[in-house]
Design a protein around this ligand. Structure first.
Ligand code: SF4
Length: 330
């Protein structure tokens, strides 16, 4: 295993760095998911991208000189890499959160607490126009909380996909969507022109699922993922599995297998505690060794079922910033 991948795992374990003021022009702000509201930087260490939250305190500190980031720990250089500029949220992609609010109450997620804005069509068009100015743009990823109902959100996001397709004109940029699945969401999104979908299972431990995702159905998400593979094809359907909520490695491995056998690529994501959820959920530290062990299993499983992360076009697999990504990192 490359030493840069081990270093990436250690950086993900810690979750962030302190930075000095020279980073100000490079910071990106997440508006959705578990990183919502926190600023980040992206560093590419020997071809391995890592997203680092900008923290008030961390064992890692970063300085930048001429686009090269030096990350130090205990007064010694730990790693160095190229700073990558996000286009919108992450490098090479425009990542749009349509509804920054949610009627569900998953205990690890700050979005229901933030109750943020719902983007207008014109705001979305403008984000896409801005993104199109970048020659590096390779994908558009859309996510959304549930503003009113899952069915209404799915219809709305399908409409947003059409709107983005209009803005793209003849530019061939794939669009990926991550929303709460409904009976018709896969067909609606496919017809609108989406290339990929992600329906997050969040945890593959059913007991933990019942506690942390009240009001959501584990079986319904699995069924929706299975159907999505029929609509979008293998290697184009994804599901996040959060690590660090008390699940065992054995459960995670069996859960990844359950998804991969259906043609779904599982994404393993370390759960990062959010201050807005303090006291509502117990999140355990996830060591670099555990991340690497599970990512090794993830690679073995996806290869066993003939899946290929290099074929994924949008979202977190090609980004790789938050996770040790099978095949691309390890
Ligand atoms: S891996 Fe996913 S959540 Fe993380 S920065 Fe990339 S696109 Fe965003």
């Amino acid at each position: 295993m490359e030493s840069s991948v081990r270093k990436k795992a250690e950086l993900i374990e810690t979750g962030g760095v302190t930075v000095d003021s020279s980073f100000a022009p490079y910071k990106s702000k997440a508006t959705a998911g578990p990183g919502a509201g926190l600023e980040s930087i992206f560093v590419n260490i020997d071809g391995h991208r890592v997203r680092l939250g900008v923290r008030q305190a961390s064992r890692f500190s970063a300085t930048i000189d001429d686009g090269i980031v030096v990350i130090s720990a205990e007064g010694k250089e730990f790693a160095r890499g190229r700073l990558e500029q996000p286009i919108c949220h992450c490098p090479k992609q425009v990542y749009i959160t349509v509804s920054e609010r949610c009627v569900f109450d998953c205990k690890f997620c700050p979005v229901p607490k933030l109750q943020g804005k719902v983007k207008s069509d014109e705001e979305i068009r403008q984000i896409v126009r801005d993104g199109l100015r970048s020659p590096e743009l390779s994908a558009i990823s859309i996510t959304s909380g549930v503003w009113k109902t899952p069915a209404e959100e799915a219809r709305k996001v399908a409409r947003v996909v059409r709107l983005i397709r209009q803005e793209l004109g003849d530019r061939d940029v794939p669009i990926g969507v991550s929303i709460y699945a409904t009976d018709e969401s896969s067909e609606l999104l496919k017809e609108a022109g989406a290339a990929e979908v992600k329906y997050n299972i969040e945890t593959v431990d059913r007991e933990i699922f019942e506690k942390v995702c009240p009001g959501l159905s584990f079986d319904y998400i699995v069924k929706s993922l299975e159907h999505a593979v029929e609509v979008f094809g293998r290697n184009h359907v994804f599901s996040n599995i959060l690590i660090g909520m008390g699940e065992s490695d054995d459960t995670v491995i069996k859960g990844m297998e359950m998804l991969a056998i259906k043609g779904v690529i599982p994404i393993l994501r370390k759960t990062n505690p959010h201050p807005l959820r303090a006291g509502e959920i117990k999140i355990e530290p996830v060591s670099a060794a555990r991340l690497l062990k599970l990512a090794t299993e993830q690679r073995r499983i996806i290869e066993k079922y003939g899946l290929d992360a290099k074929k994924a076009l949008t979202g977190c697999i090609p980004c790789t910033g938050c996770d040790i990504t099978p095949i691309l990192d390890l």
